[in-house]
Write a protein that binds this ligand. Structure first.
Ligand SMILES: Nc1ncnc2c1ncn2[C@@H]1O[C@H](COP(=O)(O)OP(=O)(O)OP(=O)(O)O)[C@@H](O)[C@H]1O
Ligand SMILES: [Mg+2]
Length: 364
């Protein structure tokens, strides 16, 4: 499991991993938080003790870049007051991440791997090693060639420092930073699964796309397609109606071509087609990279983010892309829904996948 504990390169790891941390998902327009506790010390299941969202006013975070650290600290402080948090696991935006794969000789001593990878940064990402934090995962081994495949995730130091600084100013201790799609994978992919899934986080301001292979995030990118753009498009047909009404239409009629929804469905179908095209390009790219093509085949597309509620979207994508597509079971690794009913409704829960995955870090 890829663990991007990049904060530990800034300061030594706090001795807090045994404490539950609050999972904090920072998007451009909202901060969502989730905290679990053990139901009982001896119990396997968890219960949700804190959750919620805090609005982030426009201009503070844009496309994952923090423009105003002090104001982001203000938002984090609000969250801290709401849930009494001290230790947090923070999401990092896919938009600012660079991921690449490389191979190293299998007999490379562990202590030398980082140095070796540092030399590879420059040829793979537009950052100098001086300005970058990176982490890596061992993906697999080619025993014949005696080569080990490694997946590397890189961020500009500035990107992480801004989030780190905002936490500090809010009086919070950042225990770990993790790329969004990896957190979503922890929440939504069964621990027993060893194959490859595509994760699609369809939110309000953008769509995050990740490919998770054997539990490790190997590919990440961002599409412009957004829930707010869909709402705007719908207003051109429906007039200036309230966002809550738009949400209901998205979720109950969406792509369905019934008589009373023809115009909206035609409009939303254009968005769905654009999504399918973009995902198709990425699937093709992934499937034709040559290494272990059978083991890499994407078996499932998992949708999350509030806009995953769009009526008919999983069925449409399954049909067009030929890969089973379903909405995420975001609580699957936290508890059994038969034993514990969370206070967040299913529709609302899709937007919490990242925060849930971050909060689960300390329990898995
Ligand atoms: N039942 C629902 N609950 C919440 N949001 C919903 C629901 N149905 C549809 N949506 C849409 O989902 C979007 C919000 O999704 P989400 O909470 O994942 O976004 P976000 O994380 O704030 O934004 P970002 O795109 O920056 O990650 C809105 O456009 C909203 O209209
Ligand atoms: Mg989001």
């Amino acid at each position: 499991m890829s663990v991007l504990s990049l904060v530990h390169q800034i300061s030594p790891p706090p001795r807090i991993m045994a404490f539950p941390c609050v999972g904090v998902d920072i998007s451009d327009t909202s901060l969502k938080y989730v905290k679990f506790e053990r139901n009982h010390p001896t119990d396997e299941g968890l219960i949700l003790t804190h959750w919620g969202d805090v609005e982030i006013p426009a201009g503070i975070v844009e496309r994952g870049n923090v423009h105003d650290v002090a104001k982001l600290a203000g938002v984090l402080k609000k969250m801290k007051d709401l849930c009494g948090a001290r230790y947090v696991n923070i999401s990092l935006p896919e938009e600012r991440a660079y991921l690449f794969e490389t191979t190293i000789a299998t007999n490379t001593p562990t202590k030398d791997i980082r140095n070796l990878l540092e030399f590879r940064l420059e040829e793979n990402v537009p950052l100098s090693p001086r300005d970058a934090y990176f982490d890596y995962d061992i993906v697999g081994e080619d025993t014949k060639m005696r080569m080990t495949r490694v997946a590397v995730t890189v961020y500009a130091k500035d990107t992480i420092h801004n989030y780190y600084e905002a936490c500090q100013q809010a009086g919070l201790v950042a225990a770990a930073f993790e790329i969004e799609a990896q957190a979503i994978a922890r929440a939504s992919i069964s621990q027993a699964l060893d194959d490859t899934s595509m994760i699609v986080d369809f939110g309000k301001t953008r769509m995050g796309v990740g490919i998770v292979h054997r539990g490790m995030l190997m590919y990440a990118s961002t599409l412009e397609t957004s829930g707010s753009q869909m709402s705007q498009d719908m207003r051109s047909v429906l007039g200036d109606i309230d966002e809550s009404e738009i949400t209901i239409i998205k979720n109950t009629k969406g792509l369905s071509k019934t008589k009373d929804n023809e115009a909206v469905a035609a409009l939303l179908m254009k968005t769905a087609e654009a999504i399918a095209d973009e995902l198709g390009i990425r699937i093709h790219y992934w499937h034709t990279r040559g290494i272990e093509p059978e083991a890499r085949a994407i078996k499932k597309i998992i949708l999350c983010g509030g806009s995953a509620n769009l009526y008919g979207l999983p069925e449409y994508l399954s049909d067009v892309l030929g890969i089973p597509t379903e909405r995420a079971q975001v609580w699957g690794n936290a508890f059994s829904l038969e034993e514990y009913v969370p206070p967040i409704t299913q529709k609302y829960s899709y937007g919490y996948a990242t925060a849930i995955g971050l909060a689960l870090r300390n329990f898995m």
